[in-house]
Write a protein that binds this ligand. Sequence first.
Ligand SMILES: Cc1cc2nc3c(=O)[nH]c(=O)nc-3n(C[C@H](O)[C@H](O)[C@H](O)COP(=O)(O)OP(=O)(O)OC[C@H]3O[C@@H](n4cnc5c(N)ncnc54)[C@H](O)[C@@H]3O)c2cc1C
Length: 456
Amino acid sequence: MEEEIRKIVGDKWVITGEEKTLYAFDGFTAVVGNPSLVVLPGNEEEAIEVIRLLISKEKKMIIRGSGTSLSGSTVPLKGEVVVSLTRLNKVYEVKGMEIEVGPGIANIMVTKSSPQDLFFAPDPSSYVVSSIGGNISHDAGGIHVVKYGPTFNSVISLKVILPNGNVEYFYPTPFLNPTSIFIGAEGTLGAILRARLRLFPKPKAKKTIIGVFPTVEKASKAVVNIFKAGVIPSSLEMMDRNIVEIVERSRFRAGLPRANILLVELDGNENEVKESSEKVINVIGKLEGEVLVPEDDEKYWLARKGAFPAMGVVSPAYLTLDCNIPRKYLPEIMTEIEKISKEKNVLIANVFHAGDGNLHPLIPYDPNDPESLKRAIEASTEIFSLAIRMGGVPSGEHGIGIEKIKTLSKYYSEVDLKVMQRLRNTFDPKGLFNPCKFLEKCEPINQVTRWLWEWD
Ligand SMILES: Cc1cc2nc3c(=O)[nH]c(=O)nc-3n(C[C@H](O)[C@H](O)[C@H](O)COP(=O)(O)OP(=O)(O)OC[C@H]3O[C@@H](n4cnc5c(N)ncnc54)[C@H](O)[C@@H]3O)c2cc1C
């Protein structure tokens, strides 16, 4: 089979040696797999030929974008073939407020390839590298979700190669929308070959307001009160004191005050922005927060977007949790997270999309000390359970992957899970696409997967 693949893509694009370990893990580094082969097709035709060949041989495969998944959704746990689609990065058409692209194009390039007055709204902090195929398959979010919605809101139609080898176009319909099935499917229903995406007009005016708070509870209350004041910000991000300290020790430092920070972006026309700014400033003041209105806000947003990689100053390894809770519970959950941090003796730094209640507690661990990883997983399990008890959802934007298989079954009812499972079996009855992830429970392959998959 390897020989046949080489003939399709050329020797250079088949990786079998030591280099394939680069494809053994993704942004969730706690579990490392072992691909039997890595293939990088150069265009749509090659991708279709390779995938059809793998299907005909009943070879299990993982469709991969840029490998920045934070839930381990691209890890080849059982020697699967990894098919990376990063070279399928063409822009096919720009028409009106729509753009059609290949799945491998980096998120940042979509706006760069669009007309000057338009932009692609989903902007995960990994926007410089993460691919559109990966963004769609995780329903990625980013700092603008609060106003513009996740990737789901920006996908119009898809071209997909299905697990039976057929290539189909899926268009939106007002009923049982088939396009939507592939959004957040984590590569389990086929491989996305093209995506037609929606663009938004760039706002006429924008303003950033920074709220500086002595306590994380007050910052959390401000989030709730901003919405109560009738403001829908275009971004509303929180950085707690721990992450601010870490970012300020990293190359992303921006001179942020050592406190709990809210970064609020307002957009719209001049009047809307002015009116909303006054309301936000008022809310911050009432909670004894200090207000900063920077002339040049870019460095602060870069500091926010650099917060995950900045964790490297503490440890090369950390868990990035992802769960959504109703905003009104933010003050309560932040207090509880602090308690869990003390009980489990782990550092927890929080940087997250506060406006849509999407938490990202970051828990560093020592990759050479299994006990430290165990404590981090225990703390994460408690946070997920707490979020679910508060009416939250196990994943806001990073997907289920291998990290949250157990959490998924704690949240969804049996009926929900059966419907999802049936859908998956209808598309992929042989389970060839992305096994042991998301809905498919497998036997643990090691101690870490045991910790992840066997808690009560
Ligand atoms: C520093 C950092 C910051 C991040 N910030 C954010 C953030 O703010 N918001 C956010 O939502 N996420 C964030 N992420 C997570 C990650 O970047 C996103 O989940 C992203 O959408 C993954 O894209 P990718 O190209 O790396 O996909 P991969 O990691 O390669 O794959 C992700 C999933 O998509 C599937 N897939 C990929 N391509 C295809 C395709 N063509 N067809 C079918 N399935 C496919 C894979 O099988 C896998 O299940 C961050 C990650 C890092 C490392």
